[in-house]
Design a protein around this ligand. Structure first.
Ligand code: SAH
Length: 463
């Protein structure tokens, strides 16, 4: 249907029933042969839907009223802003349903990308491993803050889907109960701040280490830097000593209110410059800007799985590309002669080096560089890696990185992915060049959201 005809559907009311859920957690139905996405409608349910907008080849609808019986997988979303806030997409789907959905998403993308290759014949995607907690699992949150000058009220909340529009709330079901308490303490503390300082704050960044209970608060400000510093110091001094003992406070100057608070270095005003987490017996110091998995208990299960995959083929030289604060490099160091971690964010590399030191691990080296710049220059016939592990951000692997890995020709190649679309795209050249996929294991790192984490192990057959 041409776009003009799609546009003419906007405003119509129709009765629909979705056949599946898409990657974003929306119900997918068809209307006169055109795909239409309807948030919060589950397969098998029937609803009255208003067509809201038209894309190039699809429509988007809004559920007005559900008709008939609800899906047996439907549950009541506990959060009062579910549907308005962009944080969660799947609270209306039972946890069992979410796990099954995520397994299907991985399978769908892999089958589509590997079409026509022999790799697909034995492809088996394992059932998704559940998060130890389906709620209250986040050890880290960035909370946008706005100031309503007329009512002299600070507004905290999260952004609406695909926007920077604040959905006010003073609650989040995903963050850990201890971080929720910390948020309340900060909110109360800020109530007495002068108006111009309230207006200067645009983000709160809260983080905790589950193993040690240490916590961190970073305020992101656009103006009034010196005065905010003074107020943060007062806030800190007025806290109970039991809370202060475990707390780091800091400030981050940013140029725009939608800047992420950790895009620059924070100034630490009180407490230690890091918090310390422990996973599988290894300690990890994390500074405000460093990457760390947000679900510590599930990260432990994922890392255990990666160790199990690699233990089978002990490595001589192991490359951990996109190494963050060195988690996988350090956890895998007992199973390799030497490990090289490559990471582009300086704060993470500094943490990683320090983490090697405090854990007395000496066979690991960390390089501060982008993988696409560093790796192609490293690969030579006599100085290569027999095991390569990648854990890239959502955009996946740069084509130069794929070529370099294929040239390195490792025996084992492991891909830890947070985006099944780029994972499937990137795996195709490996499947075409003699790598057999030996396991595909999805993990639910982010329950209630549509995000899917997955570990794929591949093994080179032949030369
Ligand atoms: N493996 C680590 C981190 C994975 S997250 C862990 O499990 O904790 C991905 C990491 O890649 C982040 O630390 C990010 O800073 C880093 N990164 C992003 N783009 C990069 C690039 N082009 N080159 C190197 N590192 C990059």
């Amino acid at each position: 249907m041409p776009k003009s005809e799609l546009l003419s559907c906007v405003g119509q009311q129709v009765t629909l029933s979705p056949i599946r859920i898409n990657d974003d957690g929306e119900g997918v139905a068809t209307l006169e042969g055109v795909t239409i996405f309807v948030p919060h409608l589950l397969p098998g349910e029937v609803a009255n839907v208003r067509v809201q907008s038209a894309g190039r080849s699809f429509l988007r609808g809004e559920m007005i009223e559900r008709l008939g019986t609800e899906s047996k997988d439907r549950v009541h979303p506990p959060c009062s802003v579910f549907g308005q806030c962009g944080g969660c997409q799947l609270q209306h789907l039972s946890y069992r349903g979410q796990l099954l959905h995520k397994q299907k998403v991985v399978e769908h993308h892999l089958r589509r990308s590997l079409r026509g290759l022999t790799a697909i014949e034995n492809l088996q995607v394992q059932p998704t491993i559940a998060s130890p907690s389906p709620y209250g699992y986040r050890n880290h949150v960035q909370i946008p803050v706005r100031y309503d000058g007329q009512k002299d009220k600070l507004l905290f909340g999260f952004y609406a889907p695909s926007s920077h529009e604040l959905v006010p709330t003073e609650d989040c079901w995903l963050i850990s109960p201890r971080l929720m308490l910390l948020w309340q303490v900060v909110r109360k503390g800020m109530e007495t701040w002068p108006r111009e300082l309230k207006a200067a704050i645009h983000h709160l960044h809260l983080r905790e280490a589950v193993a040690t209970g240490q916590q961190m608060i970073i305020w992101a400000v656009q103006a009034e830097y010196e005065k905010v510093v003074e107020h943060i110091q007062n806030f800190y001094q007025n806290l109970e000593s039991s809370l202060r003992k475990l707390l780091t406070v800091g400030i981050n100057r940013t140029s725009h209110e939608t800047d992420r608070p950790n895009s620059r270095r924070a100034d630490i005003l009180a407490g230690s410059s890091w918090i310390e987490e422990e996973l599988l017996g290894v300690r990890f110091r994390l500074s405000a800007e460093s990457f760390f998995q947000v679900n510590s208990a599930q990260a432990e299960q994922l890392y255990r799985h990666v160790i199990d995959r690699l233990q089978k083929h002990s490595a001589t030289r192991l490359l951990d590309a996109y190494s963050g604060t060195g988690t996988l490099s350090l956890l895998l160091s007992p199973y390799a002669k030497t490990v090289v971690g490559v990471e582009s964010v300086r704060a993470s590399v500094e943490n990683a080096r320090q983490n090697a030191e405090i854990n007395h691990i000496f066979n690991v080296q960390f390089i501060e560089d982008t993988v696409e710049h560093w790796l192609p220059r490293q690969i030579s016939d006599n100085d290569s890696f027999d095991t390569i592990l990648v854990d890239p951000p959502r955009k996946g692997l740069h084509s130069e990185v794929i070529s370099a890995i294929l040239k390195a020709n490792p025996q084992t190649f492991l891909y830890v992915s947070c985006n099944p679309v780029t994972l499937a795209r990137d795996l195709r050249p490996f499947a075409e060049n003699g790598y057999q996929i030996t396991s595909v294991q999805p993990f639910d790192m982010f329950p209630q959201t549509s995000h899917v984490e997955c570990v794929v192990a591949t093994y080179r057959v032949g030369k």
